[in-house]
Design a binder for this molecule. Structure first.
Ligand code: S3P
Length: 437
């Protein structure tokens, strides 16, 4: 069903908000708990469509998962060799993380599997995982052009490899490490730039024999994984929309509570601070082995910057939100080295450039980024192209628009951020749902 939003200039953002659980950690918690021996309890689980799709996949593979209460899952792990074949294809929905990590994990099983996804996922490149997995001995067929569906043949004998990854991608690294659980010997991955290390941290917590440091990870095959409880912190990438909104809506003073602060995720804070943002990190603490904090964000006048290349992977999911901030800043913001944005849920450079231009902001696209000239946002009609982060970023930008902004095709916001509209309105933004015929 098609769903649109009408967003308009909002009041200041005030008070305290808490955003839902981290998507990356929620996917992995289900996966590793399923492969462990014993029962794991996951709290703070993201009730989003992406992560629920992953839980459904494991149920199809014979794992019993109870939803004891909202944001909680009890996973009855079956051990490394306890998964069973599914008679029907495994549907990853919109989730690249689900499909790419499952490709590695299923390559080591004794049975065949087929992984499918929605329209957007069916356009996303999979060779980046199937190629290294093939080097390990996996047998995976893709559709033309290396696209999903993935047909994974069971019974392949996998061997550990030393993989020098050409892309800074946690999904690629994780797919190889998960296949490495089933491989003979040691599997090592080196990345061109460090990416989020949740797979490494969580596999260690579940008992795997793994060593890692920023940009490298190495594990021994055939570990025994043992159940542990996982607490999922709030998703920094979901907090990002509130951070930017509070920066750009005059008079705002908002606290976002319990936000996951893994340094491989918080590059947006560095970029916004360079732009002159007023963001205080309060009560830093550890929850479930991850750093978390309460962020206090007050409105300020933002200035354009050149986003430093080294923070790009640490804010890879935050560029749509950064584009919105740049549209409100004085001067021309320059983004480079972010070509990965072109293969996300949409081509995020093109999607944001098109939408910003429709709202009167001058944007020049480059192959690996954009130049965004800050200015007054007009009203108008824009399309999120079914990409959750584009939709939410445009809703944030609309809080500074002269007139109403109608944002098309926003239903996929439920993949990562159920309850966004209510939370946004509760904090002071102005956002209404409409159902076009
Ligand atoms: C993710 C890794 C990133 C990120 C995605 C989640 C993960 O993708 O964009 O939203 O959970 O590992 P890439 O690894 O493709 O950069």
């Amino acid at each position: 069903m098609s769903l649109d939003w009408i967003a308009r200039r909002g009041g200041p953002l005030r008070g305290r908000v808490r955003v839902p659980g981290d998507k990356s950690i929620s996917h992995r918690a289900i996966m590793f708990a399923a492969l462990a021996e014993g029962t794991s309890r996951i709290t703070g689980f993201l009730e989003g469509e992406d992560t629920r799709a992953t839980a459904r996949v494991f149920e199809q593979l014979g794992v019993r998962i109870e939803a004891a209460s909202p944001s909680e899952r009890i996973v009855h792990g079956v051990g490394l060799d306890g998964l069973r074949a599914s008679a029907s294809p495994l549907d990853c929905g919109n989730a690249g993380t689900g499909m790419r990590l499952l490709a590695g994990l299923l390559a080591g099983q004794s049975f065949d599997s087929v992984l499918v996804g929605d329209e957007s996922l069916s356009r996303r490149p999979m060779r980046r995982v199937t190629e290294p997995l093939a080097r390990m001995g996996a047998r995976i067929e893709t559709a033309d052009g290396g696209l999903p569906p993935l047909r994974i043949e069971g019974g392949a004998a996998l061997n550990g490899i030393d993989f020098d990854s050409p892309v800074a991608s946690a999904q690629v690294k994780s797919a190889v490490l998960l296949a490495g659980l089933y491989a003979d010997g040691r599997t090592s991955v080196v990345e061109p730039r460090p990416t989020r290390d949740y797979t490494e941290r969580m596999l260690r917590a579940f008992g795997a024999d793994i060593e890692f440091a920023p940009g490298r990870a190495s594990l021994m095959g055939r570990p025994r994984l043992r159940a542990v409880d996982v607490h999922v912190p709030s998703d920094f990438s979901s907090a990002a929309f509130f951070i930017v909104a509070a920066c750009v809506v005059p008079g705002s003073d908002l606290v976002i509570e319990g936000v996951g602060m893994n340094p491989r995720r918080t590059g947006l804070l560095d970029a916004l601070r360079l732009m002159g943002a007023d963001i205080e990190v309060g009560s830093p603490r550890e929850e479930g082995g991850e750093p978390v904090a309460d962020l206090r964000v007050r409105a300020s006048e933002l200035r354009a910057i050149e986003v430093p290349a080294e923070v790009v992977p640490d804010m890879i999911d935050e560029f749509p939100a950064l584009f919105a901030a740049a549209a409100c800043a004085t001067g021309t913001t320059v983004v480079r080295g972010a070509e990965e944005l072109r293969v996300k849920e949409s081509d995020r450079i093109a999607a944001m450039a098109t939408a910003l231009r429709a709202l009167g902001i001058a944007v020049t696209e480059t192959p690996d980024g954009a130049l965004i000239q800050g200015g007054q946002t007009h009203g108008g009609r824009v399309d999120s192209l079914g990409d959750h982060r584009i939709a939410m970023s445009l809703a944030v930008l609309a809080q500074r628009a002269e007139r109403d902004v109608s944002i098309g095709d926003v239903a996929n916001v439920a993949t990562s951020f159920p309850g966004f509209v209510e939370l946004a309105n509760g904090s002071g933004m102005a956002l209404a749902v409409s159902r076009p015929d």
